[in-house]
Structure formats: C-alpha cells, structure tokens
Design a protein around this ligand. Structure first.
Ligand code: CA
Length: 234
C-alpha cells in the first residue's frame, strides 16, 4: 500500500521564496500547488483538497489574514501555517485569532518549517480518523453491503451501488451526526485534484434519498447543509 502524497498549497508572492518552498517541499515528497495572490489562493482552496496551506501575510489583492478568515468562515479546517515579516508582530496574534494553526516569522529556517509542516499534517490526519463501520450497515429497513457494493432498500428493492456511491455512503455514515464538508468528500471519494461540481455531489445525495428515504422530499437520513456539506443522521 502506498500512501497518497500530502498536498500542500503555497501562497507566497515573492518568487524566490516561493520557489525555495516549493522545491524543499517537493524534495520531502509533498505535492505542491502554487498561488501568488490572495484571490488565487481562495480559488484553489474552493476547488481542491489540501492537507496544509503555507500562507504569507503580505500578498497582493487580498492579504493572508483575510484569506485565512475566509477559509474558516466556510468551515474548512485545513491546517494553515502563516508566514510574516519580522517587523509586524501584531500580525502573529491577528493571524492566530483568525484561524492560523501555526506561525513563522521571516527569515525562517527551512528545516524548522519542514518539521512544522510534517507535524501539522500528521496531527490533522489523526483528527480525521474515525471509527470505521463494518462491511454491512443497517439503518431503518435499509441494509447496505459495502463489500458487495449493493443494498436492499426499505421497500425490498435491491440496488447496485457504484464504487463512488458506496464510498460516499461509508464516509457519511462513519461521520454520523456531523457535517462532512465538500473538501473532505473531494479528498476521500474523488481523490486529489479532481474537481466534481457541487451538483455532482448533490446528485449522489438525491440518489441516496431515492433509494433509502421513504419520503425523499422529507429526508430523515441524508441532509444537505447549504454552503458547507452533507450530513447523515439516523
Ligand atoms: Ca509576500
């Protein structure tokens, strides 16, 4: 089994430093995506899952603190390591307040940065591990068989599930009672750097309701949380 490469977004407009960060991270085995201003960073975050963001404070158009705030407003818990100039100590407090997880002041030691990056990614992975459910799962009169990729629905019908349907069901059920964000679904079900539209995920949820809800217009199990993600309850 090979582990997926962790995906790091580097947001920095200084080209030399950007290149140095990218190179060092790639040497450590990370997949690196680049953004050179705040708006570009937000666009990248909207469309892909990242294990970590390295965010400079001083950026053209939209500064790193505002970008961080905007990411957190959308309930995205991606770890953020913030970088700032030495002569701006107030940025540190504000950055952490607005949701950065860690902070380095320029100029910094690259080895120290790499250690912090590894720690943040590791911690985030541990938080994401949930107790896993077995091969079969029953809710109401529905029975899902994840191994066989099929289900018997409440009205006695047998439905074949696609691999992605089975994966999304498993992800939602394993996080019972909690909202699973679109970013998390992207990561787990579609893999890194593949961008299905929100409508694609919506269509999966509509199918689940059709299969498993006695009244698909008043769902008991599969809920959409507007602008955030999806939730399973029973
Ligand atoms: Ca900068």
């Amino acid at each position: 089994m090979t582990a997926e490469k962790a995906n790091v977004l580097v947001v920095e407009d200084e080209l030399n430093l950007h290149e140095a960060l990218k190179l060092n991270l790639e040497m450590e085995g990370y997949e690196v995506t680049s953004a050179f201003d705040g708006n570009e960073a937000l666009k990248k975050v909207e469309n892909a899952y990242f294990d970590l963001i390295i965010m400079d404070v001083m950026l053209p158009e939209l500064d790193g603190i505002s970008v961080t705030e905007s990411i957190r407003v959308h309930n995205n818990e991606v770890p953020i390591l913030m970088l700032s100039a030495k002569n701006a100590p107030a940025d540190k407090v504000l950055g952490l307040k607005k949701g950065a997880d860690d902070y380095l002041t320029k100029p910094f030691n690259l080895d120290e940065l790499l250690i912090r990056v590894a720690k943040l990614i590791e911690k985030n992975k541990r938080l994401q591990v949930k107790e896993s459910i077995g091969d079969q799962y029953q809710f109401g009169k529905n029975l899902i068989d994840f191994k066989a990729q099929d289900a018997i629905t409440w009205n006695g019908l047998r439905v074949d599930l696609s691999k992605k349907e089975a994966m999304l069901l498993k992800l939602l059920i394993e996080n019972k009672g909690e909202v699973v964000t679109r970013e998390k679904i992207l990561q787990v079900v579609w893999g890194y750097n593949v961008y299905p539209t929100t409508r694609t995920i919506d269509n999966f949820i509509l199918s689940f309701r059709k299969y498993f809800e006695e009244d698909s217009r008043n769902p008991v199990y599969f809920h959409s949380v507007r602008g955030v993600g999806y939730k399973y309850t029973d």
